[in-house]
Design a protein around this ligand. Structure first.
Ligand SMILES: CC(C)(COP(=O)(O)OP(=O)(O)OC[C@H]1O[C@@H](n2cnc3c(N)ncnc32)[C@H](O)[C@@H]1OP(=O)(O)O)[C@@H](O)C(=O)NCCC(=O)NCCS
Length: 195
């Protein structure tokens, strides 16, 4: 499948691997993605990101106890984005997922779904988390679609919560329990499809 022996793998899916981030090789791409208007329109941050800010972000990654952020790499070795578990609460056993595929040519081809399914397997079956949350802006149809495919349920809607492109948009709040995800994971492992 084009994998090489040097590749560092933390989680392995059918189209991607997830691995720890590496400042030396990853900073430049992350900086490009987070500043790109086409990508940024879907993210919560809206201010310019400097090299220094990005560098500081990388430096404090390993000290963050409530976040696990991984690089998404195709099986062929292209670094295309990041995905993470945030605000992990070990008592309530809940966390929030976030994703950013910054290489736009890779959007809409199942890479995000694959990365999310293996991250959820790790969250539920290794970390023993109970519930995974997420949210997306109402105009981010691709994000909503892939979250629903992975089993997330819509739990609510923050009305006119975000101001983007001169308008207010709803924020859609989603949540997922292990028992809702498990049959989708079984199907995905057997057929390579979430539905
Ligand atoms: C959101 C994101 C992680 C999804 O990953 P992805 O690899 O692009 O998504 P997938 O290809 O796995 O799934 C996307 C689904 O949405 C569908 N889709 C794609 N474009 C769409 C559109 N404009 N409208 C509706 N559905 C769309 C795809 O067809 C696919 O559904 P399908 O399996 O029924 O065909 C990725 O697109 C991304 O990082 N985007 C930019 C940043 C972002 O939005 N982050 C999330 C913030 S909440």
């Amino acid at each position: 499948m084009g994998k090489n022996k040097q590749q560092i793998i933390f989680l392995e899916g059918q189209k991607v691997i997830l691995r720890p981030l590496r400042k030396e090789t990853d900073l430049e791409s992350c900086l490009r993605w987070i500043n790109d208007p086409e990508v940024r329109q879907y993210l919560k941050n809206h201010l310019p990101f400097t090299v220094q800010q990005e560098s500081d972000w990388f430096d404090q990654l390993s000290q963050r106890t409530g976040d696990i952020i991984l690089a998404i790499e195709t099986l062929e070795g292209a670094f295309i984005g990041t995905m993470g578990l945030h605000r992990i609460d070990w008592q309530d056993r809940v966390a929030t997922t976030g994703a950013l595929i910054g290489e736009k040519d890779y959007w809409g081809q199942g890479y995000g779904t694959d990365a999310k399914m293996v991250l959820l397997d790790y969250a539920f079956n290794t970390l023993n988390l109970r519930k995974i949350c997420s949210s997306t802006f109402s105009y981010n149809k691709r994000s909503l679609q892939y979250l629903l495919h992975c089993g997330y349920q819509i739990e609510g809607r923050r009305r006119r919560q975000r101001f983007r492109g001169g308008k207010y948009w709803d924020e859609i709040i989603l949540g997922l329990f292990k028992h809702e995800w498990a049959p989708i994971w079984k199907r995905y492992q057997e057929t390579g499809k979430v539905r």
